[in-house]
Design a protein. Sequence first.
Length: 397
Amino acid sequence: MLDVPLGSLRVLELGQFLAGPYCGQLLADMGADVVKVEPPGRGEQGRTMMGQTVAGPDTAFFIAVNRNKRSVTVDLKSPEGKEVFHRLVATADVLVENFRPGVTARLGIDYESLREVNPALVYASISGFGQTGPYRDLRAHDLIAQGMSGMMSVTGDPDGPPEKAGLSIADLSAGLFGAFGVLTAYVSRLRTGRGQAVDTSIFEGPLALSVFETAQLWALGELPRPVGSTNRSSAPNQAFRARDGHLNICATNEKLWAQLCQAIDRLDLTDDARFTTNADRLQNQTALAVELEATLRKRDKTEWVEIIRNAGVPAGPIYDYQEVFEDPHTQAREMVVEMDHPLEGRVRGLGIPVKLSETPGRIRRPAPLLGQHTDETLTELGYSADEIRTLRGNGVV
C-alpha cells in the first residue's frame, strides 16, 4: 500500500465552524494525524450550528469538513487540562486555530507560550482580519470578508446590487491559504529545525484571489465593475440560455468566434458589423447575447454543448449539484466518496481534488464523534487507565 504524503505529520486542530476545520481536513486527507481538540460536553460549535442533523447529534456540515480526524476533549481552562494539552503540544508538529485574536493568549495557549513547550511547533492562526492591523479585534464572517475584500463589488449583474458568491469563498480560501502556510513553514522547519507562527485571515483570502481585478485597477487605472457571467476581455464568453437551462460558451478569439458561428448555423453573425472584432463584440455584448440566444433556445443545453465542443469551441452546461454528481467525469475523477459513520450509516463526501501519483491522499475515517479518541490519545501520551478515569471524573476530558 502506498504511503500517504503527510503520514508523519501530527496536527493539533483547535478549529471551529469552517476555516480552521477545512484547513485541518486538507492536511488530514493527505495523511496527517489531525487531533481535533474540543471542549468537553458540547464540542466545537460547528457540531450543532450551520446545518441540519440527520441521525446523530452532529450536523451534516460538521461531518463534511472533519473527516480523517481524531477527536479529543480537553478543558483548556483547567490546570489539569492545560497539562494534558501541553503533553499533546510536545508531540505535535503543527497547531491550527481559528479563534479571535487574543483568545489563545487569555487561555495561555498562544504561540509565544507554546513555543516554550515545543520550539519546533508550526502554529497557524486563521482569523477574521489577521493578528495585526486596526481591524484585528473585529468579528468577521464570510459575508463581511467578501464585502470588505472588494469581491462583492465585482459580483452580480452590472445594474444590480452587490452580491456574494454562492460558496463561502472567504472562509474556504482562508483554509486553503492556512494549509499552504502550514506546509511552507513545515518545509522551512525541515531545513532549520525551528517552528514559526503562520498568520492568515478570511479577509485576505478573497483579496489574494483578486488577481485580474487588481491588474485592471493598477495597470489600466480602471475600477473593476460587476459583469455578470460575461468576461472583461473577450466576447462571447459567458452563460447563455438554451431551451432547458443554461450553458457557458467561451469563444475567446476570432478563430473560435468563426467556429462557433459555423457550428450553430449563424454565419450571418460574422458579417454583422456589430460583431466583426472582439472589441466590437465587447461593445455590443447585449445585442450579441440576444442574437445567440435566439438560436440557442431552440435546443437543449446538452445538445448544444456537444455540437459546439465538436466544433472545437470550449463549452459546458451549467449544472445544479444533482447534475454535477451524475456527470461521468465527476465520477471518473473520484470526486464523490463514501464512508461508514457510526451513527449516520453510509455517508457521502467530496473526494480529494489533488491527485498524487505515488503517495495519494486517502479517506481513512469519517468525522469523529465528540471525544471519540480521547482515551486512545491519552494512552499514547503515557496516561494510565486510572489517570484517565480520574481526568474524566473531574471533567477535565
